[in-house]
Design a protein around this ligand. Structure first.
Ligand code: FRU
Length: 481
């Protein structure tokens, strides 16, 4: 039965916990036909607190069902971010096909004592498809050598050398470790002291290959807080090679997964074969503890499929909504070759009271234009293209409630990397968020906003005029579980 959430600002097809605080998605893994999402969770309040791993499951990454909490804090500390793997070869000896979670134990007592060693890595396993978890009695499996930020292990199997590789955020760089059994870890190398953005601490990394023209290109994702391109938390990435020991980046340019302010701690699902599927926390440490939602805080982004694209001499990661999202499609309308001069008001055609929709549009890079979401209360969210600067932007300065944090009501900008004349855009809106995929995912922006009423109006504006070659507007339905 379709269950619509009734609370103000509650997303209808993005995962949110029923109540209380959530941050990073953790340990996403596909196993026996089910996608598992774990997440940083504090079950007793709407603000960040002693961390647990919350748990939700889905058959399609769209409709999520919240499950009982998977991991509780213990004598070694809070359960910080990490990953999960399927131990197909039973390397750890917990059982064939065991799910193994690798996470950071964060000890608040040692943190106060400033030992510099309060973060260590530990493991837990599940033999019943994630329902119940047993922490390994030999925890922690990786001690801290004295690095204050030493966390967020992302583990994957490295088949050529038949070993596990852990990518760990270690303050201002990444340290790689390897292991035959998930229990004993050897330091392999470091990356990043002189690469990438350093406006904040490095957190939540990921490392995986993408096949491109018959070759493996290795992707290293490094989330950073603060220091993002539009302030606060954001995800950067590097493309290059990984030989089981060392990662080498093939470019000096700092690249961003998403130029909006609301896609943090994004990492990929494990065990999805050739697909690389990314999901992030749709918030930002700059205001996450203040956003005006109740009785929960924060949602995740929709799942996105990653790819690679070369423009000139540079290669970029692309991300687009997973095809599974199409289950939400309901009625739609299409238009072709429409001239827009000043304004094309689509509100009557849209007839959408909910603010849940997908807009696919193609135009050309000949003039400035914007797509405006609005409501009866006069709130406006503006998504646009600035021709002179060759930039996309999202302006949420008049989007509704913005006064809970001084930096929230801002305009965010993103470079356009594509060089073709055609501009294809996809926009996914769900009550209180918009996800912009421009140029088939070469430039991505994710922004949350808090309108007084649903954004039921839609118009396209261009002062000097554009032609919309194709437009398709699809009303999306709430996800069903
Ligand atoms: C990132 C982060 C992680 C940490 C977790 C704590 O948002 O700071 O580095 O493990 O959140 O909740």
């Amino acid at each position: 039965i379709a269950q619509e959430f009734k609370e103000k600002y509650r997303p209808q097809f993005h995962f949110t916990p029923k109540a209380n605080w959530m941050n990073d998605p953790n340990g996403m893994v596909y196993h026996n036909g089910i996608y598992h999402l774990f997440y940083q969770y504090y079950p007793d309040d709407k603000i960040w607190g002693p961390m647990h791993w919350g748990h939700a499951t889905s058959k399609d990454m769209i409709a999520w069902k919240e499950q009982p909490i998977a991991l509780y804090p213990d004598s070694l500390g809070y359960i910080f971010s990490g990953s999960a793997v399927v131990d197909k070869n039973n390397t750890a000896g917990f059982g064939k096909d065991a799910l193994v979670a690798i996470f950071t134990h964060h000890d608040p007592v040692q943190e106060k004592q400033k030992t510099g060693k309060h973060e260590t890595q530990s493991i837990a396993y599940s033999l019943d498809d994630g329902k119940t978890w047993t922490k390994y009695k030999g925890n922690p499996v990786l001690q801290n050598p004295g690095i204050t930020d030493f966390r967020d292990p992302k583990v994957r199997w490295f088949e050529p050398q038949k070993k596990w590789v852990m990518t760990l955020a270690t303050k201002d760089r990444i340290t790689f470790y390897s292991s035959p059994d998930l229990k004993s870890w050897t330091r392999e190398s470091e990356f990043g002291a002189n690469e990438g953005g350093h406006g904040g601490v490095w957190e939540c990394p990921d490392l995986f290959p993408i096949k491109h023209e018959g070759k493996d290109i290795w992707v290293l994702i490094v989330n950073i807080n603060p220091g993002g391109p539009n302030k606060g938390s954001a995800g950067q990435y590097f493309l290059g090679d990984f030989d089981g020991k060392t990662f080498t980046s093939n470019s000096k340019e700092t690249k961003w997964l998403d130029f909006g302010t609301d896609n943090y701690a994004a990492v990929t699902f494990a065990n999805t074969g050739n697909r690389n599927i990314l999901m992030g926390w749709m918030s930002n440490w700059q205001y996450a503890n203040q956003v005006p939602t109740d009785p929960w805080r924060s949602a995740n982004t929709i799942a996105r499929e990653l790819g690679l694209k070369t423009v000139g001499k540079e290669m970029y990661l692309t991300s687009v909504p997973v095809k599974e999202l199409d289950v939400l499609n309901t009625t739609s309308f299409s238009m072709k070759n429409v001239k827009v001069k000043d304004q094309l008001d689509l509100t009557d055609k849209v007839k959408n009271k909910t603010g849940l929709f997908r807009l696919d549009l193609t135009t050309k890079n000949t003039a400035d234009f914007s797509i405006v979401l609005a409501n009866e209360a006069g709130n406006e969210l503006i998504i646009g293209y600035d021709k002179a600067k060759n930039q996309y932007y999202i302006d949420r300065s008049k989007s509704g409630k913005i006064d809970f944090e001084k930096g929230f009501g801002a305009k965010h900008i993103a470079p356009r990397f594509a060089t073709a004349d055609n501009i294809p855009l996809t926009l996914i809106a769900d009550v209180a968020s918009v996800e912009l995929f421009a140029d088939n995912g070469l430039t991505v922006m994710t922004d949350i906003f808090f309108p007084e009423n649903p954004m039921s109006k839609l118009s396209i504006k261009s002062v000097s005029g554009i032609t919309v070659d194709n437009l398709k507007y699809t009303v999306l339905k709430p996800s069903v579980e």
